[in-house]
Design a protein around this ligand. Sequence first.
Ligand SMILES: *Cc1c(COP(=O)(O)O)cnc(C)c1O
Length: 421
Amino acid sequence: MKLPPKPKDGKIAYFDHAATTYVDSRVVKAMEPYWEKVFANPSSIYALGREANGAVNDARRKIAEILGTLSDTIFFTSGGTESNNLAIFGLMNKIGMRGKHVVTSAVEHHSVSGVCDYLKKNGAEVTVLPVDSAGRVNPEDVKKNIRKETALVTIMFANNEIGTVQPIAEIGKEILKHRSKNKTVYPFFHSDACQAAGALDLNVEKLHVDLMSVNGGKIYGPKGAGFLYKRRGVEIEPLFHGGGQEQGLRSGTENVPGIVGLAEAFFLIQKDRKKENLRLRGLRDKMWREINKKVLKIRLNGPELGDETVRLPNNLNFSILDIEGEALLLYLDEYGICCSTGSACNSKSLQPSPILTACGLPYEYIHGSLRFSFGKRNSLTDVNRVVKYLPPIADVLRSISPVNLCEEPSKNKHAKWLKKV
Ligand SMILES: *Cc1c(COP(=O)(O)O)cnc(C)c1O
């Protein structure tokens, strides 16, 4: 078997929007005045400073309106990681770690699970809820695990690897019921909405969240910019102490161009999300249909390919048995295709994806997993490129290199995992 000849057009079919997006040119344009012209410190009280401050507050209003809330509940940060740390760590620092309890899920982003690990080391108790094979948390499990000491429930809105959309509103309702029944303000409810912000309705009243994280780098806005929504009355400690910006919750001179770009990006993507969700689903479903037809021993990971209430419309994750995900990824790169893998060989980590592991997927499937995350610039041409090159490359890889698995494959169980969908 031979590899197909490489395309010579120099084009790239980028399918890694869940890692980060390009910045929309309209966002670049909105940010432009705030580098060289309106560069003043928003805390300065002369006209140029007031203008910069005005831009920050306009951005705050714009975001608050989309969330269906008031401007003073929006706190600008350096991105998703900081927003998650500020929410979780900030709350636990306020009320004390020792003896307090946090409920989270087994499929959180590292910037949540890492904080929870830290809390555990420092005296808090953490319950990590399991998920079903599609990566979904059961709201009943949340309800059952809330107790008197529970200070926080933190569950992501949509998953970055397999696109699972969690029943956030339902979980929120369970938490509200618990609070009113027990006449307490706890637990607070935090959700990491970094992956959801481009596709889903983020109205905080409908979701019943108290804290919510969003970043710019996943929604065609600038990286290194994000915000935390914090409901009035929810008290948390700052991570940074200093000049007292952002109502004292986030000291440091505001990233004015970043904030302006973040708000513009959020506005633009939310405005078009319903139409774009449909378009992305069309492309995603087509890619899966074609690849599923052409590649042997392949399975879809995560929820069924439904609408955005079930799975992010831009997420496709599948596993190919007897193939090393990272090898396939690197070959695809040679053919101008960018995607990602949950394989243990994933360049920066030695652990196979904890998300796929939590879904119960056996090791050898995680090893052969690939994620394609679609975005605004993807077209049928990009999909066709993957459909043309991925199947023959997979065949060649399978024929030349028996995969060297670090663990024994689960024998004779493949029928279950390779059921055609
Ligand atoms: C990317 C991402 C983050 C981290 O955001 P940064 O802006 O890179 O710090 C957190 N949570 C989820 C779900 C993400 O996808």
